[in-house]
Design a protein around this ligand. Sequence first.
Ligand SMILES: Cc1ncc(COP(=O)(O)O)c(C=O)c1O
Length: 377
Amino acid sequence: MVLPDRNRTGSLKFDGVVERFGYTDKSALPMWLADMDFPPPPVISETLNTYLSQCFGYQMGTVSGAVRNWYSRRGITVEEDTIVTCSSVLAGIAATIQTLTTPGDAIAVFSPTYGPLFSLVKDCDRTLVSVTIDETLTIRDVVASGQLPSHIKMVLLCNPNNPTGQLVHSDDMYELAQFCEHQRIPLVVDEVHSEFIRADCSFFSALSLSAHFRRSVVVAQSPNKAYNLAHLPAASYLVIANPKWYGRISSSLLRRHLCAGDLACVALTAAYDRRNDSWLAEVVTTINDNRQMAFDTLKHTSLMTCCPQSTYFLWLDLRLLFPTTSNVAGALFKATGIASNDGTMFDMPGFVRVNLATSSTMVKTALSRLVNLIHST
Ligand SMILES: Cc1ncc(COP(=O)(O)O)c(C=O)c1O
């Protein structure tokens, strides 16, 4: 796949580096933001071009068939009457929080994770209960040891987890679903990074839980990460197997005009076209190769002790490299030109998230600068 030059195209990831990170005497390596450098599959632009030559009155836009087929190719059965579109994943999760809980209710979020999930809970006037997990402390341990307080009214989980790439094992998912079912509270799972799985790992969607437990689950999903359509954006959607919750959440989205527009639905349908499966497979292979190269280079350093199981991110521990700095992403940029996201955004200062969805050349350059930095400190 030939990667386009994204400099001077208005790309936030490339052209926004100076504004966001300032100047460095090194050439900047834009490896922040959840945005991939690969050109999109042609089916999407062809479909959108045709759509844009028609008229734009009210349409009967639907994504249900495309979503059902896309899941079916992944071995998961999704009923069409459980799918509701939303203008973005965060809008869908916000509507779920506002519909199924009341102000002041406690919501558990596993940490570290995608920062806006924490903010969303607070912005909805709910009480954030942050529950820390890592490779040594799994969700199963947390549930088994009673660390999920019994007064919580919802659990919010990002799986695959942005930024760590940690995956929730099926046993952990069952344990968590069992807890939520017992407490009669919703388990809301953000699965937007589900396509980027390391070749020797497997992803267990909450939609693969048995029907009994699926009734406690709301899954938030969109093609915007897998097919890199963030700023279009294509339709996002929720899958809600519990018919009562489905009715309440979908009417809340409809009433507030927060369902996806027709152009977004067309973009989702084009993205989920099976002709794009080979494009996605190539992208995933490139990311897996980049991740392996990074792990092979850094595994004996303090930066990285385990290889992420998923996502297109590296999650690097910079606490030993920059022990006295609170903004380690800023320090890393100054020292190497690598533009990354600071861990503070994910509730874990001292770490950075580095985006690997780019050319192997950029990843190689970043790794050699990191190795030089390690040797010089
Ligand atoms: C885990 C996760 N959820 C949600 C989003 C944002 O999705 P949206 O822009 O559709 O709200 C992102 C964006 O990077 C993400 O990484």
